[in-house]
Design a protein around this ligand. Structure first.
Ligand code: PLP
Length: 433
């Protein structure tokens, strides 16, 4: 496995530690209440969010995305014999690239983590008297004055910082975002425009996080949102599975063991895909087939899981560089808890090359006019790797995946400037030519 990862070529890895859900009752029971609590918290805050964000007014403050059919991509995925792998009517994109507020999947986890801090402070301060109170009070002058005395801090490759920054500033909290070297200029500018403080680091993501974590130590007015450790983030992401379940049911596509739902989830530290995977297992049990997808230069989750060393394992040991167009996935070490939690729950990991990311980004635009960032094309690119690999294709057949629904999770893109979208497509065309 290490040898394969060192080669930095696309790779399918089936997780040997996966257990049937019947054997995972304990871990699922431990985490089910956290997912339910996150769903209820989003509901409590919805009226306030509708007041704070114009784009949420018409939807009652609910942060949700569409499930988009992508039949136009059916020609892209081929089995090892070169035949079309899936029927067009089974192919979907979960449209978190277009989530309101943060423009990425972080609008679930990041926003939820900020709401957790705000709620705890507001209840302790008596700004709201109980979780049944009207949370729109938190937009009133008294609450804003109080929130202005508190700061959030976070380490980020870009998108997490954006979600914490936009949500935190909307409540009047101060926000410090510690950006790793991958972070794009436009994300920093956008954050400064909403009044966040951007601290630029020449180091990678883990190091930027470490600085932010240390700074917040022992302070009551500085609240560090810890992407590598946070259950608040994780449960916020997990809520997405319930949203997808309602959409599949409405489309008459409820998953069953004969017709499972396959999820292809872009993975950085593992919080977003891990949360979604947990939610999926809770809802569908073994009728979900779950794969995480990482760049060939940043397969930290796969390496942590396969080596059993989790956050102690860094992809730098494999001679990998984190150099990838997928800035949202450019992470060298996984979360401290998600790997262990996923051990019995996750079916497979897949790595993808940048060329695959860009080709799928361009194909999605050509077929459906949908614009996503490179990280968000990882699910689509991962499907190609699985279908074309003999072991991967055997896995697809064993799990009856081609009889069920296939969902590539699109994780970011809405806020990306148009010129950057065009530049990604130009790069993709250069590869093809
Ligand atoms: C953060 C992010 C991910 C992955 O989330 P992790 O919690 O880091 O695994 C995937 N895609 C995009 C666009 C992201 O911003």
């Amino acid at each position: 496995m290490e040898k394969r990862l060192r080669q930095a070529r696309p790779f399918f890895w089936e997780n040997p530690a996966r257990r049937p859900v019947a054997a995972c009752g304990e871990v699922l029971a431990v985490h089910a209440p956290g997912v339910a609590a996150a769903r209820e918290r989003f509901t409590r805050f919805a009226p306030l969010l509708a007041d704070l964000f114009p784009e949420l007014r018409a939807v009652g403050g609910v942060i949700a995305s569409q499930l988009l059919p992508i039949p136009g991509l059916a020609d892209v995925w081929r089995d090892p014999e070169g035949n079309a792998a899936f029927s067009p009517e089974r192919l979907f994109l979960k449209g978190d690239h277009d989530l309101p507020v943060a423009g990425s999947v972080k609008a679930r986890g990041g926003v939820h983590a900020v709401l957790c801090v705000a709620e705890r402070l507001a209840l302790a301060q008596g700004l709201v008297s109980s979780p049944q109170d009207d949370y729109r009070r938190l937009a009133e002058a008294k609450a804003r004055t109080f929130f202005a005395g508190h700061r959030l801090s976070v380490g980020s490759t870009g998108n997490l910082g954006l979600s914490i920054g936009v949500m935190g500033r909307a409540l009047g909290l101060g926000v410090d975002v510690h950006m790793s070297r991958e972070a794009r200029e436009w994300k920093k500018k956008r954050l400064r425009d909403v009044g966040a403080r951007v601290v630029e680091h020449a180091s990678d993501y883990s190091a930027a996080c470490a600085v932010a974590r240390a700074e917040a130590q022992g302070r009551d007015d500085l609240h560090f949102i810890d992407d590598e450790n946070s259950l608040d983030l994780f449960y916020g992401y997990a809520v997405a599975a319930g949203e997808l379940a309602a959409q599949l049911t409405a489309a008459g596509l409820s998953p069953s063991p004969e017709r499972p739902v396959s999820l292809y989830l872009p993975c950085g530290v593992g919080g977003a895909p891990g949360g979604i995977a947990l939610g999926a297992r809770l809802l569908w049990g073994d009728a979900a087939v779950i794969s995480f997808v990482e760049p060939v230069q940043a397969p930290c989750f796969l390496y942590g899981l396969a080596s059993g060393r989790h956050e102690a394992a860094s992809v730098a040991e494999l001679g990998l560089t984190l150099a990838t167009e997928a800035d949202g996935l450019a992470v060298g070490r996984p979360s401290r808890f998600v790997g262990r939690l996923m051990e019995p729950l996750l079916d497979a990991c897949v790595t993808v090359a940048d060329a695959g990311l860009l080709r799928h980004l361009a194909a999605l635009y050509a077929a459906h006019g949908i614009e996503v960032e490179p990280s968000a094309a990882a699910g689509l690119a991962g499907m190609e790797v699985v279908c074309g690999d003999p072991d991967g294709w055997r896995f697809v057949r064993d799990r009856k995946a081609a009889s069920g629904v296939l969902v590539a999770w699109a994780t970011g893109g809405r806020l990306v400037p148009e010129a950057e979208h065009a530049a990604f497509r130009t790069k993709a065309a250069g590869l093809a030519g």
